[in-house]
Design a protein around this ligand. Sequence first.
Ligand SMILES: [Zn+2]
Ligand SMILES: [Zn+2]
Length: 280
Amino acid sequence: MKKKDGHTHTRFSHHGSHEKLEKYIERAISLGFTEYVVTEHAPLPQKFLAEFTGPTDSRDNSAMHLDELPLYQQDVKAVQEKYGSQISIKSGFEIDYLSDYESDIRQFIIAQSEWLDELVLSVHFLPNHDAFVAPIDYDPETLNTYFPEIKQAPQSVFKNYFDTIQKSLDFAETLPKNVVIRIGHMTLIRKYQKYFNLPKFDSNNQTLIDQLLLKIKQNDFQLDFNTAGFAKSYNGEAYPTPDIVRKGQQLGIKFVYGSDAHEVSAIGQFYDLAEAIVSQ
Ligand SMILES: [Zn+2]
Ligand SMILES: [Zn+2]
Protein backbone atom coordinates (compact mmCIF):
# COMPACT_ATOMS: atom_id res chain seq x y z
CA MET A 1 0.00 0.00 0.00
CA LYS A 2 1.23 3.46 -0.87
CA LYS A 3 2.24 5.65 2.03
CA LYS A 4 3.57 9.09 1.18
CA ASP A 5 5.04 12.03 3.03
CA GLY A 6 4.80 14.96 0.62
CA HIS A 7 6.18 17.78 2.77
CA THR A 8 9.50 17.45 4.58
CA HIS A 9 12.47 19.62 5.48
CA THR A 10 16.22 19.26 5.95
CA ARG A 11 19.13 20.92 7.73
CA PHE A 12 19.00 23.67 5.09
CA SER A 13 15.83 25.26 6.50
CA HIS A 14 17.86 27.04 9.22
CA HIS A 15 14.92 26.83 11.60
CA GLY A 16 15.01 23.11 12.28
CA SER A 17 17.37 20.34 13.20
CA HIS A 18 20.87 19.76 11.79
CA GLU A 19 20.30 16.02 11.40
CA LYS A 20 21.35 14.45 8.11
CA LEU A 21 18.82 13.80 5.35
CA GLU A 22 19.78 10.11 5.51
CA LYS A 23 18.35 9.92 9.02
CA TYR A 24 15.01 11.34 7.85
CA ILE A 25 14.84 8.77 5.07
CA GLU A 26 15.77 5.89 7.36
CA ARG A 27 13.03 6.96 9.76
CA ALA A 28 10.51 7.13 6.89
CA ILE A 29 11.49 3.65 5.72
CA SER A 30 11.16 2.28 9.24
CA LEU A 31 7.63 3.73 9.43
CA GLY A 32 6.66 2.02 6.19
CA PHE A 33 6.59 5.05 3.90
CA THR A 34 6.87 4.13 0.23
CA GLU A 35 7.17 7.65 -1.16
CA TYR A 36 8.91 10.72 0.20
CA VAL A 37 9.23 14.22 -1.19
CA VAL A 38 12.05 16.43 0.06
CA THR A 39 10.60 19.94 0.00
CA GLU A 40 13.11 22.31 1.53
CA HIS A 41 12.29 26.02 1.42
CA ALA A 42 13.76 27.24 -1.87
CA PRO A 43 16.08 30.26 -1.68
CA LEU A 44 14.07 33.46 -1.29
CA PRO A 45 14.45 35.91 -4.20
CA GLN A 46 17.55 38.06 -3.77
CA LYS A 47 15.55 41.25 -4.33
CA PHE A 48 13.07 40.25 -1.65
CA LEU A 49 15.93 39.64 0.80
CA ALA A 50 17.49 43.00 -0.06
CA GLU A 51 14.20 44.83 0.50
CA PHE A 52 13.10 42.72 3.47
CA THR A 53 10.81 44.48 5.94
CA GLY A 54 10.16 41.72 8.51
CA PRO A 55 12.33 40.51 11.44
CA THR A 56 16.00 39.96 10.52
CA ASP A 57 16.03 36.40 11.85
CA SER A 58 13.08 35.57 9.63
CA ARG A 59 14.97 36.97 6.63
CA ASP A 60 18.09 34.91 7.33
CA ASN A 61 16.59 31.70 8.69
CA SER A 62 13.40 31.01 6.74
CA ALA A 63 14.88 29.17 3.78
CA MET A 64 18.02 27.68 2.28
CA HIS A 65 20.53 30.26 1.14
CA LEU A 66 21.20 30.51 -2.58
CA ASP A 67 24.76 29.19 -2.22
CA GLU A 68 23.41 26.08 -0.48
CA LEU A 69 21.29 25.02 -3.45
CA PRO A 70 23.95 22.71 -4.99
CA LEU A 71 24.59 21.07 -1.60
CA TYR A 72 20.88 20.49 -1.11
CA GLN A 73 20.55 18.92 -4.53
CA GLN A 74 23.60 16.73 -3.90
CA ASP A 75 22.04 15.52 -0.64
CA VAL A 76 18.78 14.64 -2.38
CA LYS A 77 20.61 12.82 -5.17
CA ALA A 78 22.70 10.87 -2.64
CA VAL A 79 19.65 9.54 -0.78
CA GLN A 80 17.88 8.75 -4.04
CA GLU A 81 20.86 6.60 -5.00
CA LYS A 82 21.36 5.03 -1.59
CA TYR A 83 17.73 4.28 -0.66
CA GLY A 84 16.01 4.21 -4.06
CA SER A 85 15.33 0.49 -3.90
CA GLN A 86 13.50 0.89 -0.57
CA ILE A 87 11.57 4.13 -1.00
CA SER A 88 10.74 6.42 -3.90
CA ILE A 89 12.33 9.80 -3.14
CA LYS A 90 11.14 12.82 -5.12
CA SER A 91 13.02 16.09 -5.63
CA GLY A 92 11.11 19.10 -4.41
CA PHE A 93 10.94 22.53 -2.92
CA GLU A 94 8.57 24.44 -0.73
CA ILE A 95 8.20 27.70 -2.62
CA ASP A 96 7.24 30.94 -0.88
CA TYR A 97 4.65 32.81 -2.88
CA LEU A 98 5.51 36.54 -2.84
CA SER A 99 3.23 38.68 -4.98
CA ASP A 100 5.83 41.36 -5.75
CA TYR A 101 8.46 38.87 -6.89
CA GLU A 102 6.52 36.58 -9.18
CA SER A 103 8.88 36.81 -12.14
CA ASP A 104 11.93 35.98 -10.01
CA ILE A 105 10.16 32.97 -8.49
CA ARG A 106 8.93 31.78 -11.89
CA GLN A 107 12.43 32.07 -13.36
CA PHE A 108 13.82 30.04 -10.49
CA ILE A 109 11.21 27.29 -10.93
CA ILE A 110 11.69 27.17 -14.70
CA ALA A 111 15.45 26.92 -14.23
CA GLN A 112 14.91 24.00 -11.82
CA SER A 113 12.06 22.31 -13.67
CA GLU A 114 14.19 19.46 -15.09
CA TRP A 115 15.31 18.51 -11.60
CA LEU A 116 12.05 19.26 -9.83
CA ASP A 117 9.34 16.61 -9.38
CA GLU A 118 6.96 18.26 -6.95
CA LEU A 119 6.57 21.58 -5.25
CA VAL A 120 4.62 22.80 -2.27
CA LEU A 121 3.48 26.37 -2.90
CA SER A 122 2.96 28.22 0.36
CA VAL A 123 2.08 31.64 1.68
CA HIS A 124 4.15 32.49 4.77
CA PHE A 125 4.56 36.23 4.10
CA LEU A 126 1.79 38.78 3.66
CA PRO A 127 1.79 42.49 2.86
CA ASN A 128 0.38 44.62 5.69
CA HIS A 129 -1.33 48.04 5.69
CA ASP A 130 2.01 49.85 5.51
CA ALA A 131 3.11 47.74 2.54
CA PHE A 132 5.58 45.90 4.73
CA VAL A 133 5.83 42.21 3.96
CA ALA A 134 6.08 40.09 7.10
CA PRO A 135 5.80 36.47 8.18
CA ILE A 136 2.49 35.23 9.59
CA ASP A 137 3.96 32.11 11.21
CA TYR A 138 7.15 33.34 12.89
CA ASP A 139 5.72 33.96 16.37
CA PRO A 140 2.54 35.52 17.82
CA GLU A 141 4.25 38.81 18.69
CA THR A 142 5.48 39.30 15.13
CA LEU A 143 2.02 38.57 13.76
CA ASN A 144 0.57 41.13 16.17
CA THR A 145 3.23 43.74 15.38
CA TYR A 146 2.71 43.68 11.63
CA PHE A 147 -0.98 42.73 11.60
CA PRO A 148 -2.41 44.33 14.77
CA GLU A 149 -5.93 43.92 13.37
CA ILE A 150 -5.55 40.19 14.16
CA LYS A 151 -7.02 41.12 17.57
CA GLN A 152 -9.92 43.40 16.62
CA ALA A 153 -10.65 42.45 13.01
CA PRO A 154 -9.21 38.97 12.42
CA GLN A 155 -11.50 38.36 9.41
CA SER A 156 -9.63 41.11 7.55
CA VAL A 157 -6.32 39.30 8.13
CA PHE A 158 -7.92 36.03 7.01
CA LYS A 159 -9.15 37.81 3.87
CA ASN A 160 -5.67 39.19 3.18
CA TYR A 161 -4.31 35.66 3.53
CA PHE A 162 -6.89 34.00 1.24
CA ASP A 163 -6.59 36.81 -1.33
CA THR A 164 -2.85 36.12 -1.41
CA ILE A 165 -3.43 32.39 -1.86
CA GLN A 166 -5.75 33.28 -4.75
CA LYS A 167 -2.89 35.22 -6.36
CA SER A 168 -0.58 32.27 -5.74
CA LEU A 169 -3.00 30.06 -7.70
CA ASP A 170 -3.07 32.53 -10.62
CA PHE A 171 0.72 32.39 -10.48
CA ALA A 172 0.77 28.59 -10.29
CA GLU A 173 -1.24 28.42 -13.52
CA THR A 174 1.76 29.95 -15.31
CA LEU A 175 4.27 27.34 -14.11
CA PRO A 176 5.68 24.41 -16.13
CA LYS A 177 3.11 21.63 -16.39
CA ASN A 178 5.54 18.79 -15.69
CA VAL A 179 5.84 19.79 -12.02
CA VAL A 180 3.29 18.52 -9.48
CA ILE A 181 1.93 21.51 -7.55
CA ARG A 182 0.55 21.18 -4.05
CA ILE A 183 -0.88 24.10 -2.10
CA GLY A 184 0.78 24.20 1.33
CA HIS A 185 -1.02 24.31 4.69
CA MET A 186 -3.98 26.30 3.40
CA THR A 187 -5.09 27.54 6.84
CA LEU A 188 -1.68 28.50 8.26
CA ILE A 189 -3.16 31.89 9.24
CA ARG A 190 -4.78 30.01 12.15
CA LYS A 191 -1.39 28.89 13.58
CA TYR A 192 -1.81 31.07 16.69
CA GLN A 193 -5.57 30.66 16.95
CA LYS A 194 -5.52 29.78 20.64
CA TYR A 195 -3.17 32.65 21.48
CA PHE A 196 -5.45 35.22 19.82
CA ASN A 197 -8.68 33.29 20.41
CA LEU A 198 -9.41 33.48 16.69
CA PRO A 199 -12.99 32.98 15.46
CA LYS A 200 -14.03 30.64 12.68
CA PHE A 201 -13.88 31.96 9.13
CA ASP A 202 -16.92 34.15 8.43
CA SER A 203 -19.18 33.66 5.43
CA ASN A 204 -17.17 36.02 3.21
CA ASN A 205 -14.00 34.07 3.91
CA GLN A 206 -15.86 30.79 3.41
CA THR A 207 -16.80 32.07 -0.03
CA LEU A 208 -13.15 32.87 -0.75
CA ILE A 209 -12.20 29.36 0.39
CA ASP A 210 -14.83 27.85 -1.92
CA GLN A 211 -13.38 29.83 -4.83
CA LEU A 212 -9.86 28.65 -3.98
CA LEU A 213 -10.96 25.03 -3.85
CA LEU A 214 -12.68 25.31 -7.23
CA LYS A 215 -9.58 26.77 -8.80
CA ILE A 216 -7.37 24.11 -7.22
CA LYS A 217 -9.63 21.44 -8.67
CA GLN A 218 -9.82 23.06 -12.12
CA ASN A 219 -6.03 23.12 -12.36
CA ASP A 220 -5.50 19.66 -10.94
CA PHE A 221 -3.39 21.07 -8.13
CA GLN A 222 -3.18 19.06 -4.90
CA LEU A 223 -3.68 20.06 -1.28
CA ASP A 224 -1.10 19.52 1.43
CA PHE A 225 -2.78 17.81 4.40
CA ASN A 226 -0.34 19.14 6.91
CA THR A 227 -0.19 17.75 10.45
CA ALA A 228 2.39 20.17 11.88
CA GLY A 229 -0.37 22.22 13.52
CA PHE A 230 -1.33 19.32 15.78
CA ALA A 231 2.07 19.65 17.45
CA LYS A 232 1.80 23.43 17.93
CA SER A 233 0.37 24.39 21.31
CA TYR A 234 -1.40 27.50 19.97
CA ASN A 235 -2.93 25.61 17.05
CA GLY A 236 -3.96 22.01 17.77
CA GLU A 237 -5.44 21.32 14.33
CA ALA A 238 -4.29 20.13 10.95
CA TYR A 239 -4.07 22.48 7.95
CA PRO A 240 -6.53 22.73 6.32
CA THR A 241 -9.31 22.32 8.88
CA PRO A 242 -11.70 19.34 8.55
CA ASP A 243 -14.57 21.40 7.06
CA ILE A 244 -12.30 22.44 4.20
CA VAL A 245 -11.12 18.86 3.78
CA ARG A 246 -14.77 17.79 3.35
CA LYS A 247 -15.42 20.42 0.71
CA GLY A 248 -12.20 19.63 -1.10
CA GLN A 249 -12.98 15.96 -1.16
CA GLN A 250 -16.47 16.58 -2.52
CA LEU A 251 -14.79 18.38 -5.39
CA GLY A 252 -12.38 15.48 -5.90
CA ILE A 253 -9.23 17.35 -4.92
CA LYS A 254 -6.28 15.11 -4.08
CA PHE A 255 -4.92 15.50 -0.55
CA VAL A 256 -1.35 14.45 0.24
CA TYR A 257 -0.15 13.91 3.79
CA GLY A 258 2.64 16.25 4.88
CA SER A 259 4.47 15.91 8.20
CA ASP A 260 6.27 19.21 7.51
CA ALA A 261 9.03 17.62 9.59
CA HIS A 262 11.89 19.93 10.56
CA GLU A 263 13.50 17.14 12.62
CA VAL A 264 13.79 13.37 12.16
CA SER A 265 11.44 12.58 15.04
CA ALA A 266 8.60 14.49 13.33
CA ILE A 267 8.58 12.29 10.22
CA GLY A 268 5.23 10.56 10.08
CA GLN A 269 3.76 12.68 12.88
CA PHE A 270 0.00 12.19 13.26
CA TYR A 271 -0.15 10.09 10.10
CA ASP A 272 -2.92 7.86 11.47
CA LEU A 273 -4.97 10.86 12.53
CA ALA A 274 -4.51 12.43 9.10
CA GLU A 275 -5.57 9.23 7.40
CA ALA A 276 -8.67 9.03 9.58
CA ILE A 277 -9.68 12.63 8.75
CA VAL A 278 -8.97 12.38 5.05
CA SER A 279 -10.66 9.01 4.63
CA GLN A 280 -13.81 9.93 6.57
ZN1 LIG B 1 5.38 26.12 5.11
ZN1 LIG C 1 7.19 23.30 5.31
